[in-house]
Design a protein around this ligand. Structure first.
Ligand SMILES: [Zn+2]
Length: 343
């Protein structure tokens, strides 16, 4: 099969012919139709996230099952599928509690610890594939359907994690990013007032179109002060921080009102300061949110199937253009998500 292979960190893609994957016991193989090209996998390509090479990256797939190995049930040739990003075990206490991102036997990630979707075929443990629901026209919109599993489902989970309710004010830091803009979209869908915070002025119009009621330019203003101003000094109910640098987390925590919730995801794991007095007196929560559960992915797929929300994919190219597309991702020039069409 054709595959875009990375031979090492921070090297260009090489279009190679590699052996077709063969489904072993408990495994399945899908023909890849499209695969999302987000910043997470660009981090792997650039060497900022460690991986073993050679490697075929990509996990936001739309595909169709072509073969299942011995012992596989619930999946058959012709099924439309996407993939869960984590290679969770499926049987530890966290997997059984429907908290798969916390799996204690995790084998890592699709496209990082095993080969991913930048190829004509992908082989995975069968339980990692997620069947697409009826009513989702994945053949007409494979790029959009493929990115749901991460770019849309990750922020969908945050609605629950942060207990976002209709009428609350939600600030999204890094709102112009590929996942951030979908957080704006989903917070609006949840009937919140949404304030988009970013340094990229060229993304503000897209943030507004996605549902932002107001925009804060973090390159020219003090984010905490701006959020307090926009809420009459009360502070926001929820800050979702997709940048999660110490400076943004500290700004976010200062901007929280009573019963405020700060959610961290993304970022480089920096330590930050927050006021324990504010946490106590205002009953604030500091929360982490890690990827999304399988059931929440199913719910997000259903949301799209019902036409409630639609993924924003603005740059779709053939597999052969992966290198040029990833340059756009690296430079932050993509609005929403980018994706490759493969088969
Ligand atoms: Zn597990």
């Amino acid at each position: 099969m054709k595959a875009m292979v990375l031979k090492g960190p921070n090297t260009p893609f090489e279009l190679c012919t590699v052996p077709d994957p063969v489904a072993g016991a408990g495994e399945a193989v899908a023909r890849v139709i499209a695969c999302g090209s987000g910043l997470t996998i660009q981090h792997i390509k650039a060497g900022r996230i460690a991986a073993r090479f050679p490697r075929i990256i990509g996990h936001e797939i739309t595909g169709e099952i072509v073969a299942v190995g011995p012992g596989v049930t619930g999946l058959e040739a012709g099924d439309g599928v996407t993939a869960y990003y984590y290679l969770n075990c499926g049987h530890c206490r966290w997997c059984l509690a429907n908290l798969e991102p916390l799996c204690t036997n995790s084998g890592g990630n699709v496209g990082r610890n095993c080969d991913g979707g930048y190829a004509e075929y992908i082989k995975l443990p069968a339980h990692i594939f997620i069947k697409l629901p009826e009513g989702l026209d994945y053949k007409s919109h494979p790029a959009e359907i493929g990115v749901i599993t991460d770019a849309l489902a990750t922020p969908y989970k945050v609605l629950r994690r942060a207990r976002i309710k209709a009428g609350e004010t939600v600030a999204v830091i890094g709102a112009g990013g590929g996942v951030g803009i979908h957080q704006v979209m989903l917070a609006k869908w949840a009937r919140a007032r949404v304030i988009a915070v970013d340094v990229a002025r060229d993304k503000f119009e897209a943030c507004r179109k996605a549902g932002a009621d107001q925009v804060v330019d973090a390159s020219t203003s003090n984010v905490a002060e701006a959020l307090l101003d926009l809420t009459g000094g009360r502070g926001v109910d929820v800050v979702v921080d997709y940048v999660s640098a110490a400076s943004t987390l500290e700004a976010g925590s200062k901007a929280l009102g009573r019963h405020g919730r700060l959610v961290t995801l993304g970022g480089a794991g920096q330590t930050f300061k927050a006021s324990s007095l504010d946490m106590l007196l205002k009953e604030q929560d500091l929360l982490g949110s890690r990827y999304v559960t399988r059931s929440e992915i199913l719910e997000t797929l259903d949301l799209v199937a019902r036409g409630e929300v639609w993924p924003l994919v603005t740059d779709i190219r053939p597999l052969e253009d992966a290198e040029a597309l990833h340059e756009q991702v690296e430079q932050g020039r993509v609005t929403g998500r980018a994706a490759l069409l493969i088969g």
